[in-house]
Design a protein around this ligand. Structure first.
Ligand code: FAD
Ligand code: NAP
Length: 866
């Protein structure tokens, strides 16, 4: 391939063009060179460094310990460089990147002071044409945007900003010669990380400092100092293990995995952990102290309040302290900050906080910043107002893909990517740490190396096979987008007006931009994509075309985590055990579950069954004193396993959400008691509860049934029997992933035979224990086989995508509907037979249970109206 700068209007031919000479672009160049690809890096700055070239404001330093925020690809480089501080300052990080550029002699392949203006895909040639502001034209097979997640400063969006005649600075474009604020009246607008780092140092020089704050941030003392000896020791002892652990960690820095939720800790333990985190001064480690900090609003609020107490202790003036306390978003859903003396700065007499929430800026004039009720004369304004993050630098280049589609247009409503690496319609365009990858939620040095390695390995793979083109498929991209949002939706991130959500830039679509599933999970996913023949990518070239289309993650992220955790336990398959062994194992597993929400009261009792007493457990809602509607609930377990308390977390959850008494009843189990014992017991229980509604604290006329799995089967059967027997009257039935038919040949049995906890083999084991083949078509065990389903109570049927029983649940809902029963069918995407019942574990199941509770409330409300 010809290489060399033409400068005369002709097109320069290259294998690869990389945009950006920060951490990402430099390492990308290294890997491309090693692989023998003719490559050039284009960079708008006049030297290497990226973030650390531009952000030279006073106090700029990293917020991930520098021992970890560093390249790991070359042991020799690591041996040559020792960081001086726990959090190195910008000049040291820049020196490091300059050292790296010298060591590997990068500069000859980097074109500085060159901004890429446009990139256009030539479909016939399978090449990109890149145009720069300097008038260069380059043609390349592979176009790699290492343009940075936080590199495009946000446009000033304050009325009158252009009129100001004094000095104006941007933290993100700080003058190389530095700024002397001595004796000046300075205003800093913005209190994100850049503002919080620079404010204490600007205060040291300025005669007066005004801090214009719109949203207060949570900031912790960094406790900066020499690089921590424990980390240096670990590195010295086994550098490879240290780095590999980081690569396989949740956020790119090794730290303990949290297991205890905030509620599980005593007040003292909570306080102790919080204080330890405060002393440690590490962002990611702070989050790792409490398992549910980013998932549970109440837990988050508990910790947020501890944080606010710290702010109140540090700031003398109570009004200022209160204004500095964040209250309108959960802690860590906007990037938390690390500081040195930030809050104490407000105790100085020449420093004043202007709370823009109460006193918004009306305009900037030639000499002042005016709020709606005060005018502040200033000599200099420092904008610490942030970036058009994650997508800004990418779409600021005029990128045109196949059929004239521009990236800006494609992403007008938010970015769409596959793995955050590529996007449909733009073949051979790679993004380093693009939207939809862990990027800004991780130690970016680790995430950058992972992406660069993936891209470099991919290019070598394509070349080795005579392929010259790669592009994700629509299926894969849509699936990944969904997965990225599924991951975000089980966290508190989407509730904050953060730059993670694009909320800081007026007009930018509100979409959660990074991937929150974890660096470890993400890396494994990218590896799996390759192992499965570049799943979801179309590869083509003179040697032909190949495409293994598909979606890499179809189950919900938390369901995926549960399945992995179960696989790691390497438990025996239940169907290989005796019923007694299977019962013992499920009891043991159940004991480890979170208990479910607090209810008002739990009462154990007995009721008369057809063949002796049946035990029940009653859950009363916390909303005393009642009476409440009643739900008779039947547990799951394939007629073989379980008991009145085996579904306790679910029963508690339903009780609280539906504000109803839940009576969970035992029934005789197979194989000791075969068909129709369970069905007879279930119906007897319904009749008994109906006859004792008032004693149980229920409301006459407001009785429903519910059940999960085999319990769903019993609930459905009980409804049919109640209809046929002329009572009791039931106002509704909730059938959660119910067993409705003995036919085990439906597609869902075939598709989900293994791998999703309830296997086809286990279902056969259940059937064999409970019912002879000769009786299986009896509607008391296969309610779908009842000839007539009319006049049954209104139903909610929940089916799950990855459940062998999915199709028989759907069939039952359809059959009910066909016979005129009011029915609602939920098909829970990405869920398994068990996952919606995993209260406090599978958070994505909460919305399903909310719908179940909503349906129950509706059944009861309709009964009242009737
Ligand atoms: P960048 O360093 O942003 O480099 C991108 C380069 O691309 C820039 O030099 C830019 O000029 C160039 N470029 C962009 N568009 C064009 C174009 N059209 N034409 C030519 N050139 C272009 N992350 C952490 O993990 N830990 C930290 O402690 C941390 N601290 C940070 C502190 C600050 C002040 C900021 C702003 C970010 C911080 N980050 C941190 C995030 C940081 O951006 C990344 O860690 C990392 O430096 C990004 O490297 P990069 O090469 O991907 O992008
Ligand atoms: P930022 O977090 O987006 O903060 C910008 C600040 O400016 C916010 O307080 C914002 O208020 C305010 N602001 C924006 N427009 C405004 C307006 N028109 N009027 C008044 N206030 C306005 O940006 P940043 O501080 O540059 O940090 C960006 C990211 O870079 C960080 O989150 C971090 O990832 C990285 N960074 C890291 C470090 C570090 O410690 N290593 C340092 C700097 C940056 P609102 O919140 O109300 O929008």
């Amino acid at each position: 391939m010809a290489v060399g700068r033409e400068g005369n209007g002709s097109v320069e031919e290259l294998d690869a063009v990389v945009v950006g000479a920060g951490f990402a672009g430099l390492y990308m160049l290294h890997r491309l060179r090693q692989a023998g690809f003719a490559s050039t890096v284009l960079e708008s700055a006049d030297d290497v460094g990226g973030t650390w070239y531009w952000n030279r404001y006073p106090g700029a330093r990293c917020d991930i310990p520098t021992t970890d925020y560093t390249y790991s690809f070359d042991a020799e480089l690591e041996a040559e460089w020792t960081w001086s501080e726990k959090y190195a300052a910008q000049p040291e990080i820049l020196s490091y990147l300059q050292y790296v550029a010298r060591k590997y002699d990068f500069r000859p392949d980097i074109r500085f002071s060159t901004r890429v203006a446009s990139a256009a895909w030539d479909d016939a040639a399978s090449r990109w044409t890149i145009k720069t502001d300097a008038g260069d034209r380059l043609s390349c097979r592979w176009y790699i945007m290492a343009t940075g997640c936080l590199s495009l400063p946000k446009e000033p969006d304050i009325l009158g900003a252009e009129r100001f005649a004094g000095e104006v600075y941007y933290t993100s474009r700080w003058p190389h010669e530095g700024v002397d604020f001595s004796g000046k009246r300075v205003a800093v607008i913005g209190t994100g990380s850049s503002g919080i780092q620079s404010i204490p140092l600007i205060a040291k020089e300025a005669s007066q400092l005004l801090v214009f704050q719109r949203t207060p941030n949570f900031s912790m003392p960094a406790h900066n100092g020499p690089a921590p000896t424990d980390r240096l020791k670990q590195l010295a002892e086994d550098r490879d293990a240290y780095r590999e652990n980081a690569r396989r960690s949740a956020a790119g820095v090794t730290m303990p995995i949290p297991v205890e939720t905030v509620a599980m800790l005593s007040e003292d333990d909570r306080r102790r952990r919080f204080e330890e985190a405060w002393e440690e001064g590490e962002l990611l480690a702070f989050g790792a102290r409490f398992a549910d900090l980013l998932a549970n609003r109440e837990a988050n609020e508990t910790i947020s309040e501890m944080f606010r107490q710290k702010i109140r202790e540090m700031v003398d003036d109570p009004k200022t302290a209160e204004a500095l306390c964040p209250t309108d978003y959960p802690i860590m859903t906007k990037r938390m900050c690390l500081d040195t003396d930030y809050y104490a700065t407000f105790n100085q007499p020449h420093v004043r906080l202007v709370n823009l929430r109460k006193h918004p800026i009306s305009t900037i004039t030639e000499s002042s910043i005016d709020t709606i009720d005060e005018s502040f004369e200033v000599d200099a304004i420092v904008y610490a107002t942030g970036f058009d993050a994650m997508t800004g630098a990418l779409v600021s280049v005029d990128v045109t893909g196949r059929h004239g589609l521009t990236l800006k247009r494609k992403w007008a409503h938010g970015p769409h990517t596959y793995l955050g690496l590529m996007t449909v319609g733009f073949p051979n365009l790679f993004m380093i740490t693009g939207p939809g990858s862990p990027s800004v939620l991780s130690n970016m040095a680790v995430s950058i190396e992972q992406h660069v390695d993936w891209v470099a390995d991919c290019l070598a793979h394509l070349r080795d096979r005579g392929l010259e083109r790669i592009e994700p498929t629509h299926t894969a991209e849509t699936g990944w987008d969904q997965h990225v949002h599924d991951c975000a939706d089980i966290t508190l991130f989407p509730v904050a007006n953060s730059w993670y959500m694009g909320a800081n830039v007026p007009g930018k679509p509100r979409v959660f931009l990074p991937y929150v599933g974890g660096v470890d999970v993400y890396r494994a996913t990218c590896e799996e994509v390759v192992e499965r023949g570049y799943l979801g990518f179309q590869l083509s070239g003179p040697a032909g075309t190949q495409c293994n289309d598909g979606v890499i993650r179809r189950v919900q992220p938390d369901v995926f985590a549960v399945l992995n955790a179960m696989a790691e336990l390497d438990l025996p398959l239940l169907e290989t055990l005796s019923p007694a062994e299977a019962r013992a194992l499920t009891t043991e597993l159940n004991a480890a579950r979170p208990p479910g929400p607090e209810v008002g009261e739990i009462v154990d009792g007995e009721l008369p069954g057809p063949a002796g007493h049946l035990e029940y457990r009653l859950y009363r809602p916390p909303t005393a004193p009642g009476p409440h509607p009643i739900v008779v609930y039947f547990h799951g377990g394939g007629w073989v396993l379980g008991d009145k308390q085996s579904d306790e977390p679910l029963c508690r959850d339903l009780c609280v959400r539906a504000d109803a008494v839940v009576v969970s009843v035992d029934y005789r189990h197979a194989p000791e008691h075969r068909f129709p014992a369970a069905a007879d017991d279930a119906f007897a229980a319904v009749k008994w509860v109906a006859a004792h509604v008032q004693e149980l604290g229920g409301i006459p006329g407001e009785l429903a049934v519910a059940g999960w799995s085999a319990g769903g089967n019993l609930a459905a059967v009980a409804c049919q029997r109640a209809r046929d027997a002329g009572g009791p009257d039931l106002v509704g039935q909730v059938l959660l992933t119910p067993l409705t038919d003995y036919d085990m040949t439906r597609s869902s049995y075939v598709e989900n035979a293994d791998g999703y906890i309830l296997t086809a083999g286990l279902m056969k084991w259940f059937w064999d224990h409970y019912a002879d083949p000769a009786v299986r078509a009896d509607p008391r065990v296969s309610p779908l086989r009842a000839g007539d389903l009319s006049a049954l109570p209104p139903a909610l049927v929940v089916t799950c995508e990855f459940d062998p029983l999915r199709d028989e649940g759907i069939a039952y809902a359809k059959a009910l509907e066909a016979d005129g029963v009011q029915v609602r069918l939920i098909t829970a995407r990405g869920h398994t037979h068990t996952s919606p019942t995993m209260v406090g574990v599978v958070l994505s199941g909460a919305s399903i249970r909310a719908e179940v509770a909503g349906a129950l409330r509706q059944f009861f409300a309709a009964a009242v109206q009737a």
